[in-house]
Write a protein that binds this ligand. Structure first.
Ligand code: PLP
Length: 394
C-alpha cells in the first residue's frame, strides 16, 4: 500500500523521501554517474526534448540521483520544487539573478555571508541592479528602502556571524506589499528548525555544504519554492549557465539528509551547553545564541524557530583575547566552516568577514573580540572542558 510522503513525520521524510528505486530494488539510493541518456528512437528523443515526454536528457539539466536529493529536500521543506546547485553560492547567485533585470532594485539585510555581500555590492551593480542594505531587524528600515523598482528582498536569519534574527513573516509582508519576492538564506537555522516558506518567504536557499552534508566532504546548494515561480525564474537559467550539482555530491548529500535531524538536534543540545558555559565565564563580555532567553530577538525566535541551532557567537573584548582563545583549543578546530560533525571556531573579522570594510563591520557590531563557534557532535563534557580552558587562557 502506498502512502502520501507529505503526511510523513520529518524523520521519515529524511530517510525515505524522494527514493526512486531501480528495478534492482537497492536499499541505498543508486548513484547514477552518467552525463547523458540514450533514447529508444529518434522520435523518443524528439518528445523528450520538446517536453512532451518526461525523462532525463543531460546532467546539466537533471540526473536521477540529483533528483532524489531535490525531492527529499523539497519534501522536508514543504516546497513544491527544489533545484540543486553545485554550491551554496551558486544557489544564492541563481536565486537572485533569476528574479532581477537591469534597472531593478534589491533590498538586503546588511549582515550576510561574505560572498553573498560581494554578489550584492560588486556583481549586481555591474548589470545595473541597485542594492540597498538595511538593518534586517528593523521592519521600518525595510519599508523605507522600498523603491518603485524593488523586486527582491534578501535576508539571512539567523545571520552571519552574530546571529541576528529577522521576523520572516513581517519582512515578507513588506516585500509583498511592494510587489517584491522574499528570498531567505536558511543555512544557520537549518531546514530542521525553521520553514521560511510557511512563514511567508517566496524562495529559500541553502548551502548544503553545511549541515546537510555535515561531515566535511562536498559542496552543494539548493533553491526551493513554488513550482511556477521556480520554473519561470530558474529553469532556463540553470539549464544554460551550468551550476549543476554533481550526482556524486548529490548522493553524498542524500545520505547526509538521512541523519540530518539526528545530527542537528544533538549539535543543538551541545551548543546550548557550550553557550551557557561561555556565558558564565568571566572572560566573556557577551554570548549570543538563538536558544538562550537573552538573545536580542528571543521573542521572534520563539515565533519562528523550533531550535537554536549549532552556532554560538561570543565577545572576548579584543583580537588578542580572541586569538589566545583559538590558539589554546585542543579539540575544537580553528576553521571557518560550520554545521560539521567536528566543532570549529573562527575569528570572523580576520577570516570570513575580512573583506568587509571596517565601517560596515562595525555597523553590524562585529568588533575584533568576537569569536564564532560551530558546535559539533563530540561529547559535551570534552567540548566544555576545551572551551573553558581556552577561555581561562584568553
Ligand atoms: C556557506 C554559506 C553560503 C555559501 O555556501 P557554499 O556552499 O560555501 O558556496 C551561503 N550562505 C550562508 C549563510 C553560508 O553559511
Amino acid at each position: 500500500m502506498a502512502e502520501d510522503p507529505n503526511t510523513w513525520q520529518q524523520e521519515t521524510k529524511l530517510v525515505r523521501g524522494g527514493m526512486a528505486r531501480s528495478p534492482y530494488g537497492e536499499i541505498s539510493e543508486a548513484l547514477y554517474l552518467t552525463q547523458s541518456f540514450a533514447y529508444e528512437s529518434a522520435s523518443a528523443a524528439d518528445k523528450r526534448f520538446s517536453g512532451e515526454e518526461p525523462g532525463f536528457i543531460y546532467q546539466r539539466f537533471g540526473n536521477p540521483t540529483t533528483q532524489m536529493f531535490e525531492d527529499r529536500l523539497a519534501l522536508l521543506e514543504g516546497a513544491e520544487q527544489c533545484r540543486a546547485t553545485a554550491s551554496g553560492m551558486a544557489a544564492v547567485h541563481v536565486a537572485l539573478q533569476g528574479l532581477v533585470r537591469t534597472g531593478d532594485h534589491i533590498v538586503a539585510g546588511r549582515a550576510l555571508f561574505g560572498s553573498c555581500r560581494w554578489i550584492l555590492s560588486e556583481l549586481m551593480p555591474r548589470y545595473g541592479v541597485e542594492v540597498t542594505f538595511v538593518d534586517a531587524t528593523d521592519i521600518e528600515a525595510w519599508k523605507n528602502a522600498v523603491r518603485p523598482n524593488t523586486k527582491v528582498f534578501l535576508v539571512e536569519t539567523p545571520a552571519n556571524p552574530l546571529l541576528e534574527v529577522t521576523a520572516i513573516g513581517a519582512v515578507a509582508d513588506v516585500a509583498h506589499a511592494a510587489g517584491a519576492k522574499l528570498v531567505v538564506d536558511n543555512v544557520f537555522a537549518t531546514p530542521i528548525f525553521q520553514k521560511p516558506l510557511a512563514l511567508g518567504a517566496d524562495i529559500v536557499v541553502y548551502s548544503a555544504t553545511k549541515h546537510i552534508d555535515g561531515q566535511g566532504r562536498v559542496l552543494g546548494g539548493a533553491i526551493l519554492g513554488a513550482s511556477e515561480l521556480m520554473t519561470e525564474s530558474y529553469k532556463d537559467l540553470l539549464r544554460h549557465t551550468g551550476p549543476a550539482l554533481s550526482p556524486f555530491n548529490a548522493w553524498v548529500l542524500l545520505k547526509g539528509l538521512e541523519t540530518l535531524d539526528l545530527r542537528v538536534r544533538r549539535q543543538t543540545e551541545n551548543a546550548a551547553k557550550i553557550a551557557d558555559a561561555i556565558g558564565a565565564h568571566a572572560k566573556c563580555n557577551q554570548v549570543i545564541y538563538p536558544g538562550r532567553p537573552d538573545h536580542p530577538q528571543a521573542a521572534i525566535i520563539a515565533n519562528q524557530m523550533s531550535g537554536g541551532g549549532n552556532v554560538v557567537a561570543f565577545d572576548l573584548g579584543s583580537r588578542e583575547a580572541a586569538w589566545r582563545f583559538l590558539d589554546t583549543l585542543a579539540i575544537v578546530d580553528i576553521s571557518n566552516n560550520l554545521g560539521d560533525a567536528k566543532s570549529m571556531a573562527t575569528h570572523p573579522s580576520t577570516t570570513t568577514h575580512r573583506s568587509m570594510p571596517e565601517a560596515e563591520r562595525l555597523s553590524i557590531g562585529l568588533t575584533e573580540g568576537w569569536v564564532r563557534m560551530s558546535v559539533g557532535l563530540e561529547g559535551a563534557g570534552d567540548l566544555t572542558r576545551d572551551v573553558e580552558r581556552a577561555l581561562d587562557a584568553a
